[in-house]
Design a protein around this ligand. Structure first.
Ligand SMILES: [Cu+2]
Length: 147
């Protein structure tokens, strides 16, 4: 959190400097580059109607910020929800009605793409799942191995 704050401050600062130097047209480009620089890497994940994520096991490093590019290649609507809970049952109790615009979730219609930026601060296993009724029960879940 502290790191993110300083990155934001830096971004704001450089935007102000650019503007005062008369390079206003570059302001947004600078901000974008700074945001991307803070991301370690992009991982692509597909969702489909066989109720699977591909890949469904993702290895990440502790402290790493990952940009997940999620692609729904099925005909049905699917979701990817990251849940930092140890037990699946607990996740299902706490999240069945959660809003779709949370930073840890993306909900996609057929052929839609979306992204989630996530920083893995703790080592261990973190689950992700599709919480459309029946999908998780059919096996639509996966795991981040954070080392
Ligand atoms: Cu689904």
């Amino acid at each position: 959190m502290k790191k993110l704050t300083s990155v934001l401050l830096l971004t704001l600062f450089s935007a102000v400097v650019s503007a005062s130097a008369g390079h206003e047209e570059n302001k947004n480009l600078d901000a974008t580059a700074s945001t991307l620089h803070n991301t370690t890497r992009t991982i692509e994940v597909t969702m489909d109607d066989t109720m699977r994520f591909t890949p469904d096991v993702l290895n990440v490093k502790k402290g790493e910020t990952v940009r997940l590019m999620i692609n729904n290649i099925g005909q049905l609507k699917h979701e990817l929800v990251i849940a930092e809970f140890k037990q699946h049952a607990k996740m299902m109790q706490n999240m069945p009605n959660m809003a779709h615009d949370e930073p840890n979730a993306v909900s996609l219609e057929t052929n839609e793409m979306g992204e989630i930026m996530w920083t893995f601060n703790r080592s261990g296993k973190i689950s992700f799942a599709c919480l459309i009724p029946g999908h998780y029960e059919a096996g639509m879940s996966g795991t981040f191995n954070v080392k």
